[in-house]
Design a protein around this ligand. Structure first.
Ligand SMILES: NC(=O)c1ccc[n+]([C@@H]2O[C@H](COP(=O)([O-])OP(=O)(O)OC[C@H]3O[C@@H](n4cnc5c(N)ncnc54)[C@H](O)[C@@H]3O)[C@@H](O)[C@H]2O)c1
Length: 313
Protein backbone atom coordinates (compact mmCIF):
# COMPACT_ATOMS: atom_id res chain seq x y z
CA UNK A 1 0.00 0.00 0.00
CA UNK A 2 1.63 3.26 -1.09
CA UNK A 3 -0.04 5.40 1.59
CA UNK A 4 1.22 3.24 4.47
CA UNK A 5 2.72 5.18 7.38
CA UNK A 6 6.50 4.77 7.44
CA UNK A 7 7.87 3.70 10.82
CA UNK A 8 11.30 3.70 12.39
CA UNK A 9 12.10 1.85 15.62
CA UNK A 10 14.61 3.41 18.00
CA UNK A 11 16.30 0.85 20.26
CA UNK A 12 16.33 -2.75 19.05
CA UNK A 13 16.21 -4.69 22.34
CA UNK A 14 13.54 -6.99 23.76
CA UNK A 15 10.31 -5.00 23.31
CA UNK A 16 11.32 -3.72 19.87
CA UNK A 17 10.64 -7.19 18.43
CA UNK A 18 7.00 -7.00 19.61
CA UNK A 19 6.67 -3.62 17.88
CA UNK A 20 8.27 -4.92 14.68
CA UNK A 21 5.95 -7.92 14.50
CA UNK A 22 2.77 -5.90 14.92
CA UNK A 23 3.95 -3.06 12.67
CA UNK A 24 4.60 -5.56 9.89
CA UNK A 25 1.18 -7.15 10.41
CA UNK A 26 -0.68 -3.82 10.37
CA UNK A 27 -1.92 -2.95 6.86
CA UNK A 28 -1.48 0.78 7.49
CA UNK A 29 2.17 0.72 8.57
CA UNK A 30 5.50 -0.17 6.99
CA UNK A 31 8.60 -0.71 9.10
CA UNK A 32 11.34 0.94 7.06
CA UNK A 33 14.18 1.59 9.51
CA UNK A 34 15.62 0.90 12.93
CA UNK A 35 18.52 2.25 14.95
CA UNK A 36 20.56 1.32 17.98
CA UNK A 37 23.73 2.75 19.51
CA UNK A 38 24.80 -0.90 19.50
CA UNK A 39 25.01 -0.96 15.70
CA UNK A 40 25.60 -4.72 15.22
CA UNK A 41 22.39 -5.23 17.21
CA UNK A 42 20.54 -2.86 14.86
CA UNK A 43 22.00 -4.71 11.86
CA UNK A 44 20.82 -8.09 13.16
CA UNK A 45 17.39 -6.64 13.92
CA UNK A 46 17.18 -5.07 10.46
CA UNK A 47 18.17 -8.34 8.78
CA UNK A 48 15.46 -10.17 10.73
CA UNK A 49 12.67 -7.65 10.08
CA UNK A 50 13.76 -6.48 6.62
CA UNK A 51 14.37 -2.82 7.30
CA UNK A 52 17.37 -0.45 7.14
CA UNK A 53 19.69 -0.16 10.18
CA UNK A 54 21.24 3.07 11.50
CA UNK A 55 23.70 3.63 14.36
CA UNK A 56 21.60 6.40 15.93
CA UNK A 57 18.21 8.10 15.76
CA UNK A 58 19.58 11.36 14.35
CA UNK A 59 21.09 9.57 11.36
CA UNK A 60 17.86 7.62 10.85
CA UNK A 61 15.72 10.78 10.96
CA UNK A 62 18.09 12.62 8.58
CA UNK A 63 18.04 9.81 6.02
CA UNK A 64 14.38 8.73 6.14
CA UNK A 65 11.03 10.53 5.94
CA UNK A 66 9.36 8.79 8.87
CA UNK A 67 5.74 9.22 9.92
CA UNK A 68 6.12 7.36 13.24
CA UNK A 69 8.90 6.62 15.69
CA UNK A 70 8.37 3.68 18.01
CA UNK A 71 10.67 4.58 20.89
CA UNK A 72 11.95 1.37 22.50
CA UNK A 73 15.03 2.48 24.42
CA UNK A 74 15.43 2.43 28.20
CA UNK A 75 13.46 5.21 29.99
CA UNK A 76 16.45 7.48 30.72
CA UNK A 77 16.67 8.38 27.01
CA UNK A 78 12.92 8.74 26.27
CA UNK A 79 12.71 12.52 26.78
CA UNK A 80 15.74 13.44 24.66
CA UNK A 81 15.01 10.97 21.84
CA UNK A 82 11.26 11.57 21.96
CA UNK A 83 11.65 15.33 21.61
CA UNK A 84 14.13 14.84 18.77
CA UNK A 85 11.68 12.55 16.93
CA UNK A 86 8.73 14.93 17.39
CA UNK A 87 10.78 17.94 16.22
CA UNK A 88 11.77 15.96 13.12
CA UNK A 89 8.06 15.64 12.28
CA UNK A 90 7.27 12.10 13.45
CA UNK A 91 4.37 10.96 15.61
CA UNK A 92 5.69 9.26 18.73
CA UNK A 93 4.70 5.91 20.22
CA UNK A 94 6.82 5.94 23.37
CA UNK A 95 7.36 2.83 25.46
CA UNK A 96 6.37 3.12 29.10
CA UNK A 97 7.23 4.99 31.25
CA UNK A 98 6.91 8.20 29.20
CA UNK A 99 10.07 9.53 30.86
CA UNK A 100 12.06 9.37 34.08
CA UNK A 101 10.26 12.33 35.67
CA UNK A 102 6.97 14.19 35.27
CA UNK A 103 8.96 17.33 34.36
CA UNK A 104 10.60 15.51 31.45
CA UNK A 105 7.20 14.19 30.41
CA UNK A 106 5.69 17.69 30.43
CA UNK A 107 8.48 18.89 28.12
CA UNK A 108 7.62 16.05 25.69
CA UNK A 109 3.92 16.93 25.78
CA UNK A 110 4.74 20.59 25.11
CA UNK A 111 6.88 19.72 22.07
CA UNK A 112 4.22 17.33 20.70
CA UNK A 113 1.67 20.12 21.00
CA UNK A 114 3.95 22.69 19.31
CA UNK A 115 4.75 20.27 16.48
CA UNK A 116 1.13 19.12 16.05
CA UNK A 117 2.14 15.45 16.44
CA UNK A 118 0.48 12.57 18.29
CA UNK A 119 2.14 11.27 21.42
CA UNK A 120 1.04 8.01 22.97
CA UNK A 121 2.51 6.03 25.85
CA UNK A 122 2.71 2.32 25.04
CA UNK A 123 0.96 1.01 28.17
CA UNK A 124 -0.02 -2.22 26.46
CA UNK A 125 -2.00 -3.62 29.41
CA UNK A 126 -4.84 -1.22 28.69
CA UNK A 127 -5.37 -3.26 25.53
CA UNK A 128 -5.30 -6.63 27.33
CA UNK A 129 -8.66 -8.38 26.86
CA UNK A 130 -9.27 -9.33 30.54
CA UNK A 131 -8.58 -5.71 31.57
CA UNK A 132 -11.01 -4.40 28.96
CA UNK A 133 -13.67 -6.85 30.20
CA UNK A 134 -13.08 -5.91 33.86
CA UNK A 135 -13.37 -2.22 32.98
CA UNK A 136 -16.63 -2.94 31.11
CA UNK A 137 -18.10 -4.76 34.16
CA UNK A 138 -17.19 -1.74 36.26
CA UNK A 139 -18.53 0.85 33.81
CA UNK A 140 -21.78 -1.09 33.29
CA UNK A 141 -22.34 -0.95 37.05
CA UNK A 142 -22.24 -4.76 37.41
CA UNK A 143 -19.74 -4.53 40.27
CA UNK A 144 -21.82 -1.89 42.04
CA UNK A 145 -19.95 0.79 43.99
CA UNK A 146 -16.18 0.28 43.97
CA UNK A 147 -15.06 -0.39 47.55
CA UNK A 148 -11.41 -1.30 47.06
CA UNK A 149 -8.67 -2.40 44.70
CA UNK A 150 -5.60 -4.61 44.86
CA UNK A 151 -2.87 -4.96 42.23
CA UNK A 152 0.26 -7.12 42.47
CA UNK A 153 3.12 -7.39 39.99
CA UNK A 154 5.47 -9.39 42.19
CA UNK A 155 8.16 -11.38 40.45
CA UNK A 156 11.89 -11.82 39.94
CA UNK A 157 13.55 -9.76 37.23
CA UNK A 158 17.27 -9.82 36.55
CA UNK A 159 17.90 -6.35 35.08
CA UNK A 160 15.64 -3.82 36.77
CA UNK A 161 17.99 -0.89 37.34
CA UNK A 162 18.53 0.22 33.73
CA UNK A 163 14.76 0.10 33.25
CA UNK A 164 14.29 2.61 36.10
CA UNK A 165 13.84 0.24 39.06
CA UNK A 166 10.59 -1.54 39.85
CA UNK A 167 8.62 1.66 40.51
CA UNK A 168 9.29 3.13 37.06
CA UNK A 169 9.24 -0.23 35.29
CA UNK A 170 6.31 -2.46 36.33
CA UNK A 171 5.16 0.46 38.45
CA UNK A 172 4.32 2.44 35.30
CA UNK A 173 1.78 -0.26 34.35
CA UNK A 174 0.48 -0.36 37.94
CA UNK A 175 -0.12 3.39 38.33
CA UNK A 176 -1.72 3.58 34.90
CA UNK A 177 -4.06 0.71 35.88
CA UNK A 178 -4.90 2.50 39.09
CA UNK A 179 -5.83 5.73 37.35
CA UNK A 180 -7.62 3.92 34.50
CA UNK A 181 -9.66 1.52 36.67
CA UNK A 182 -10.01 3.18 40.07
CA UNK A 183 -9.61 6.93 39.67
CA UNK A 184 -7.32 9.89 40.17
CA UNK A 185 -5.25 9.75 43.37
CA UNK A 186 -5.83 12.03 46.34
CA UNK A 187 -3.62 10.59 49.14
CA UNK A 188 -0.65 8.23 49.00
CA UNK A 189 1.10 6.22 51.74
CA UNK A 190 4.02 4.03 50.72
CA UNK A 191 7.01 1.91 51.59
CA UNK A 192 9.70 1.55 48.92
CA UNK A 193 12.65 -0.72 49.60
CA UNK A 194 15.59 -0.76 49.81
CA UNK A 195 16.03 2.66 51.47
CA UNK A 196 17.96 4.74 48.91
CA UNK A 197 18.03 8.23 47.43
CA UNK A 198 17.99 6.73 43.92
CA UNK A 199 14.60 5.64 42.55
CA UNK A 200 16.29 3.19 40.17
CA UNK A 201 17.44 1.13 43.20
CA UNK A 202 13.82 0.28 44.11
CA UNK A 203 13.03 -3.43 44.17
CA UNK A 204 9.92 -3.47 46.43
CA UNK A 205 6.90 -1.18 46.62
CA UNK A 206 3.84 -1.25 48.88
CA UNK A 207 1.61 1.73 48.18
CA UNK A 208 -1.81 2.54 49.62
CA UNK A 209 -3.63 5.11 47.51
CA UNK A 210 -7.00 6.80 48.09
CA UNK A 211 -8.84 8.33 45.14
CA UNK A 212 -10.54 11.70 45.06
CA UNK A 213 -13.82 9.76 45.55
CA UNK A 214 -12.39 8.04 48.65
CA UNK A 215 -11.78 4.57 47.14
CA UNK A 216 -8.71 2.85 48.63
CA UNK A 217 -6.37 0.67 46.60
CA UNK A 218 -3.05 -1.10 47.08
CA UNK A 219 -0.22 -1.51 44.60
CA UNK A 220 2.39 -4.14 45.42
CA UNK A 221 5.49 -4.49 43.25
CA UNK A 222 8.64 -6.54 43.51
CA UNK A 223 11.51 -7.58 41.26
CA UNK A 224 13.14 -9.74 43.92
CA UNK A 225 10.71 -12.46 44.97
CA UNK A 226 10.59 -16.16 44.17
CA UNK A 227 7.11 -17.13 43.08
CA UNK A 228 5.06 -13.96 43.45
CA UNK A 229 1.79 -12.91 41.83
CA UNK A 230 0.43 -10.96 38.88
CA UNK A 231 -3.16 -9.89 39.34
CA UNK A 232 -5.48 -6.96 39.55
CA UNK A 233 -8.68 -7.16 41.65
CA UNK A 234 -11.65 -4.80 41.76
CA UNK A 235 -13.90 -5.21 44.82
CA UNK A 236 -17.38 -3.76 44.45
CA UNK A 237 -20.59 -3.67 46.51
CA UNK A 238 -22.26 -5.98 43.94
CA UNK A 239 -19.34 -8.01 42.62
CA UNK A 240 -15.63 -8.74 42.35
CA UNK A 241 -13.51 -8.97 39.19
CA UNK A 242 -9.97 -10.36 39.15
CA UNK A 243 -7.64 -10.05 36.16
CA UNK A 244 -5.46 -13.11 36.59
CA UNK A 245 -2.22 -12.84 34.61
CA UNK A 246 -0.81 -16.17 35.75
CA UNK A 247 -3.73 -18.22 34.49
CA UNK A 248 -4.43 -15.72 31.71
CA UNK A 249 -8.03 -14.56 31.98
CA UNK A 250 -10.70 -12.90 34.07
CA UNK A 251 -12.74 -14.34 36.94
CA UNK A 252 -15.62 -12.51 38.44
CA UNK A 253 -18.45 -13.00 40.88
CA UNK A 254 -21.66 -11.00 40.76
CA UNK A 255 -24.27 -10.89 43.54
CA UNK A 256 -26.72 -13.33 41.94
CA UNK A 257 -24.36 -16.13 40.86
CA UNK A 258 -21.11 -18.01 41.56
CA UNK A 259 -17.66 -17.39 40.18
CA UNK A 260 -17.38 -17.13 36.40
CA UNK A 261 -14.03 -17.84 34.71
CA UNK A 262 -13.46 -16.33 31.28
CA UNK A 263 -10.57 -17.53 29.14
CA UNK A 264 -9.86 -15.96 25.78
CA UNK A 265 -8.78 -17.59 22.54
CA UNK A 266 -6.48 -14.69 21.78
CA UNK A 267 -2.77 -14.79 20.92
CA UNK A 268 -0.50 -13.62 23.77
CA UNK A 269 0.54 -10.55 21.76
CA UNK A 270 -3.02 -9.35 21.02
CA UNK A 271 -2.55 -6.35 23.29
CA UNK A 272 0.41 -5.10 21.21
CA UNK A 273 -1.58 -5.44 17.96
CA UNK A 274 -4.44 -3.45 19.48
CA UNK A 275 -2.09 -0.82 20.88
CA UNK A 276 -0.48 -0.12 17.51
CA UNK A 277 -3.83 -0.25 15.66
CA UNK A 278 -5.24 2.30 18.09
CA UNK A 279 -2.28 4.66 17.59
CA UNK A 280 -2.46 4.35 13.81
CA UNK A 281 -6.24 4.98 13.84
CA UNK A 282 -5.67 8.11 15.92
CA UNK A 283 -3.15 9.40 13.36
CA UNK A 284 -5.38 8.57 10.38
CA UNK A 285 -8.54 10.01 12.00
CA UNK A 286 -6.81 12.87 13.81
CA UNK A 287 -8.14 11.79 17.21
CA UNK A 288 -6.43 11.72 20.59
CA UNK A 289 -4.72 8.46 21.62
CA UNK A 290 -5.31 6.93 25.03
CA UNK A 291 -3.14 7.04 27.01
CA UNK A 292 -1.74 10.24 25.52
CA UNK A 293 1.25 12.24 26.76
CA UNK A 294 -0.79 14.08 29.40
CA UNK A 295 -1.82 10.74 30.89
CA UNK A 296 1.78 9.59 30.80
CA UNK A 297 2.63 12.69 32.85
CA UNK A 298 -0.14 11.92 35.37
CA UNK A 299 1.24 8.36 35.67
CA UNK A 300 4.67 9.83 36.44
CA UNK A 301 3.15 12.24 38.97
CA UNK A 302 1.65 9.25 40.81
CA UNK A 303 4.99 7.43 40.68
CA UNK A 304 6.63 10.53 42.15
CA UNK A 305 3.92 10.78 44.84
CA UNK A 306 4.58 7.15 45.86
CA UNK A 307 8.30 7.82 45.94
CA UNK A 308 7.89 11.01 48.01
CA UNK A 309 5.47 9.28 50.41
CA UNK A 310 7.99 6.51 50.97
CA UNK A 311 10.69 9.09 51.83
CA UNK A 312 8.36 10.53 54.52
CA UNK A 313 7.45 7.12 55.94
N1 LIG B 1 5.01 -2.73 27.40
C1 LIG B 1 5.66 -3.75 27.94
O1 LIG B 1 5.08 -4.73 28.36
C2 LIG B 1 7.17 -3.66 27.99
C3 LIG B 1 7.93 -4.82 28.12
C4 LIG B 1 9.33 -4.68 28.12
C5 LIG B 1 9.92 -3.43 28.03
N2 LIG B 1 9.14 -2.31 27.94
C6 LIG B 1 9.74 -0.96 27.87
O2 LIG B 1 10.48 -0.85 26.65
C7 LIG B 1 11.65 -0.04 26.85
C8 LIG B 1 12.87 -0.86 26.43
O3 LIG B 1 12.93 -2.05 27.20
P1 LIG B 1 13.72 -3.33 26.64
O4 LIG B 1 13.52 -4.40 27.63
O5 LIG B 1 13.40 -3.58 25.22
O6 LIG B 1 15.22 -2.78 26.78
P2 LIG B 1 16.54 -3.38 26.12
O7 LIG B 1 17.64 -3.01 27.04
O8 LIG B 1 16.34 -4.81 25.75
O9 LIG B 1 16.67 -2.55 24.74
C9 LIG B 1 16.92 -1.18 24.70
C10 LIG B 1 17.79 -0.92 23.47
O10 LIG B 1 17.90 0.49 23.29
C11 LIG B 1 19.22 0.75 22.83
N3 LIG B 1 19.54 2.16 23.07
C12 LIG B 1 19.87 2.75 24.25
N4 LIG B 1 20.08 4.07 24.06
C13 LIG B 1 19.89 4.32 22.73
C14 LIG B 1 19.96 5.49 21.92
N5 LIG B 1 20.30 6.69 22.45
N6 LIG B 1 19.67 5.38 20.61
C15 LIG B 1 19.34 4.18 20.06
N7 LIG B 1 19.29 3.02 20.78
C16 LIG B 1 19.55 3.10 22.10
C17 LIG B 1 20.08 -0.21 23.63
O11 LIG B 1 21.35 -0.41 23.03
C18 LIG B 1 19.20 -1.47 23.61
O12 LIG B 1 19.50 -2.30 22.50
C19 LIG B 1 11.66 0.35 28.33
O13 LIG B 1 11.10 1.63 28.46
C20 LIG B 1 10.73 -0.68 29.00
O14 LIG B 1 10.07 -0.21 30.14
C21 LIG B 1 7.79 -2.42 27.90
Amino acid sequence: MSNQLKVGITGTGGIAHEHARVLQANENTRLVACCDIDFPKAEAFAAHWSCKPYPGQEQMLDAEQLDIIALCTQPHSHAQLGIQALQAGAHLLCEKPLAMTAAEGRAMVQVARECGKKLMVAVCHRFHEPVIRAKALLNEGKLGRLKGYYNAFVTRHPSYKDRGGVLLDNGSHAVDFFRYLVGEPQDVFAVVNPPSEDITDATEVWALIRTQEGVPGTINLSFDVTGGAALCALYGSEGTAVVDYERGGLRYKLADRGWVHEWYELPADHRFHREVSHFVDCILNDSEPGPNGEEGVRDLELIEAIWQASRRA
